[in-house]
Ligand binder design. Structure first.
Ligand SMILES: *[C@@H]1O[C@H](CO)[C@@H](O)[C@H](O)[C@H]1NC(C)=O
Ligand SMILES: *[C@@H]1O[C@H](CO)[C@@H](O)[C@H](O)[C@H]1NC(C)=O
Length: 220
């Protein structure tokens, strides 16, 4: 009897674990759920309001212009065009989004992570050094040089980056398993928070001089 109960509990826990392992964005409950801002005429709420499926049109599932290179004239020499549910409402409830990233030679996509998504990264043009760091306490740095046609995975929540080490512009497509993956750029979040984090606190946390922290806070 007791054995039967513990077996059931084990099965239930395993089912829960596999559910948690797969459950990021909610699973779709209908064929289409095009995001609309106005709940009038909406039929179901799951992340964003869904448009009445009878009224969906091809344009709800269409984004155009990803062939156009982004402007990389900025201090990191790269630009991300992230197509979340806000740009492509047909993604709503489907747990996916996509980005085009352009890099000039020497350009970088600085260390960052996505709180709600893993990423699968495909190089279309150029040569990129990419890497991620595993969590405490190992902090293993997993890194690779990628060329055109190479794919790399950045697991959920881990700090990662890309760096154009080639002599030409580079282009990549990042696909993420959330309609709203979020981005936390480490330097901007830590040194550019609003309002600023106490510089004495950061100086001790990062083992830096307070002046260096103030310099970084001014930059970000
Ligand atoms: C969609 O169309 C069908 C068939 O006309 C209708 O039965 C259904 O009520 C409509 N659904 C909504 C949410 O309007
Ligand atoms: C790219 O951005 C820079 C800096 O904002 C700007 O000066 C330049 O005109 C832009 N170039 C194009 C082609 O839009």
């Amino acid at each position: 009897m007791k054995k039967g109960v513990s077996f059931l509990v084990t099965v239930a826990l395993m089912a829960l674990a596999s559910f948690l392992a797969s459950a990021y964005d909610p699973s779709p409950l209908q064929d289409t759920c095009v995001a609309v801002d106005d709940p009038k005429n909406a039929v179901f709420v799951n992340g964003k309001f869904c448009k009445n499926p009878n009224l969906t049109v091809a344009e709800d599932f269409l984004y155009q212009g990803l062939n156009i290179p982004g402007n990389t004239s900025n201090y990191v020499g790269s630009i991300v065009n992230l197509i979340t549910v806000d740009q492509l409402p047909g993604e709503n409830t489907l747990g996916m989004s996509l980005a085009r990233i352009d890099y000039e030679p020497n350009g970088q996509n600085p260390p960052h992570f996505h709180p709600r998504a893993s990423e699968i990264f495909t190089v279309l043009e150029g040569k990129l050094l990419v890497g991620f760091v595993t969590s405490n306490p190992e902090h293993r740095f997993i890194s690779k040089v990628l060329n055109k046609g190479d794919i790399f995975v950045f697991p959920l929540g881990l700090i990662h980056f890309q760096f154009n080490i080639g002599h030409t512009n580079a282009v990549a497509i990042a696909t993420l398993n959330s309609q709203n993956p979020g981005v936390i750029t480490i330097a901007n979040a830590v040194f550019g928070s609003n309002p600023p984090i106490n510089p004495d606190f950061l100086a001790r946390a990062f083992q830096l001089d307070r002046k260096v922290v103030e310099y970084l806070q001014a930059r970000f």
